[in-house]
Design a protein around this ligand. Structure first.
Ligand code: UGA
Length: 439
């Protein structure tokens, strides 16, 4: 059993804290947000993540997991301190490090015994060195510490299994002994552990997210070419994926990537490159294609509904940026909903989980309680999130409820020929023949 402190109880921090507690460690999670800590102490989670509430409850009951707003309390017995605070997007796509700075300064002021500081937040390359400088400058009297970078690779919606069964653990430090101790902490996860220097570890995180985003933009570009040439991108991706060098993952064409990570991290990496006089042409193209994917849906709406959307009822099936989360950050539904709204359309939406978060992002939204209610009288149904429950819908019933049976499947959930048989005017993303000839 080790004593671990986690600073920042957002997505990454809470999952990290709860999982390390579940592995038998004593964990104190700290946040400066009083309400969040009070709620956690009452068992109320700040985010929706499958299995998280149960995991937190079990470890609180076992007295291994604690929540506090007090640095003094959180650092009292700590050996390892994970920094997992938010790094929102600042100006020019540069990561905003104010919360990292605040955490480093306060830890420096409060620490009275040696600590290993482990950075989990996604931070610009060079931040580990910067954190070390801040701690040194803010310590009232010198106390030993080391900084280790341990980037997280969790996905929202599967964060707990991702934490407990990672593909790899990446550790970066200029202090091999500290890196080795953090490696020991990760041994129960039975994944390959790679130890490298601080900056390289920080770069691995950006390069990994940028590569995955590139795969998505690549397949979206192929999808658009498929539409012009009459090929089916789903089959193309499947055929490509059998090549072991390519693989099947992250080749689903759709409305483009969203969320709190890919958009921010690709932008931040491009920014870092530019600041240092490099030209991140590929990253720029990845971002451009991603922005176009949203527009592409709007173009399809106009093709089928005419030049004006004035007074049309546009029904958005799925609002969260992806399934199994209520997160609306950079969700394609916002860009598409905003556009329709500006055009004078009535924008309706349904999502199994993203409801309050969706209304906050799109206050004009008419929320419905299920997909059938959503379809009632709609002029077009636009699928934006691939929730499992949408695959089981009675699509004949959906079609009957609609005013005009236009189905824009932004996630390629449905079989085009079946939807056309049901009488839908169906448009997927990159699904070749559109039922009315090639464009
Ligand atoms: C992503 C990474 O996958 C994690 O490894 C990383 O830890 C995390 O960012 C982070 O940096 O914190 P996440 O944003 O939760 O995780 O979501 P993903 O499942 O990766 O999906 C990102 C976006 O890409 C979603 O909008 C999703 O719908 C979209 N996507 C994904 C596609 O459009 N096509 C695909 O084939 C896969």
């Amino acid at each position: 059993m080790k004593n671990i402190t986690v600073v920042g109880v957002g997505y990454v921090g809470l999952v990290t804290g709860a999982c390390f507690a579940d592995l038998g460690n004593r964990v104190v999670c700290l946040d400066i947000d009083k309400e969040r800590i009070e709620n956690l102490n009452k068992g109320i989670m700040p985010i929706y993540e499958p299995g998280l509430a149960e995991l937190v409850e079990r470890n609180v009951r076992a007295d291994r997991l604690h929540f506090t707003t007090s640095y003094a309390e959180a650092l009292k017995d700590a050996e390892f301190v994970f920094i997992a605070v938010g790094t929102p997007e600042g100006v020019d796509g540069e990561a905003d490090l104010q919360y990292v700075r605040m955490a480093a300064e306060t830890i420096a002021q409060e620490m009275d015994h040696p600590l290993i500081l482990i950075n989990k937040s996604t931070v610009p390359v060079g931040t580990g060195d910067w954190v070390a400088d801040i701690v040194r400058e803010n310590q009232p009297k010198p106390v030993d510490f080391s900084v280790v970078s341990c980037p997280e690779f969790l996905r929202e919606g599967s964060a707990i299994p991702d934490f407990l069964h990672p593909d790899r653990t990446i550790l970066g430090s200029e202090d091999p002994e500290a890196a080795e101790r953090v490696a020991q902490l990760h041994l129960p996860l039975r994944a390959p552990i790679m130890i490298t220097d601080l900056r390289t570890a920080e770069m691995i995180k950006y390069a990994s997210n940028a590569f995955l985003a590139t795969r998505i933009s690549f397949i979206n570009e192929i999808a658009n070419i498929c539409e012009a040439l009459g090929a089916d991108v789903k089959e193309v991706a499947k055929g490509m994926g059998f090549d072991k060098r390519i693989g099947h993952h992250f080749l689903e064409a759709g409305v483009g990537y969203g969320g709190s990570c890919f958009p921010k991290d690709v932008k931040a990496l491009a920014h870092m490159a530019q600041v240092h006089g490099r030209h991140p042409q590929l990253l720029q193209a990845v971002m451009d294609i991603n922005a176009y994917q949203r527009k592409h849906v709007v173009i399809k709406l106009h093709e089928l509904l005419g030049d004006s959307l004035e007074g049309k009822v546009i029904a958005l099936l799925g609002l969260a940026f992806k399934q199994d989360t209520d997160d609306m950050r950079e969700a394609p539904s916002i860009t598409i909903g905003d556009y329709c709204r500006e055009e004078g359309a009535v924008v309706r939406g349904y999502d199994p989980v993203a409801r309050e978060t969706a209304l906050r992002a799109m206050p004009y939204l008419e929320l419905t309680d299920n997909a059938y209610e959503l379809a009632e009288g709609a002029d077009a149904l636009v699928v934006l999130t691939p929730w499992n429950e949408f695959m089981q819908l009675d699509m004949a019933r959906v079609k009957e409820a609609m005013h005009t049976p236009i189905l824009i499947d932004g996630r390629n959930l449905y079989e085009p020929s079946k939807m056309r048989e049901l009488g839908f005017q169906y448009r997927g993303i990159g699904r070749g023949y559109n039922g009315e000839g090639l464009r």
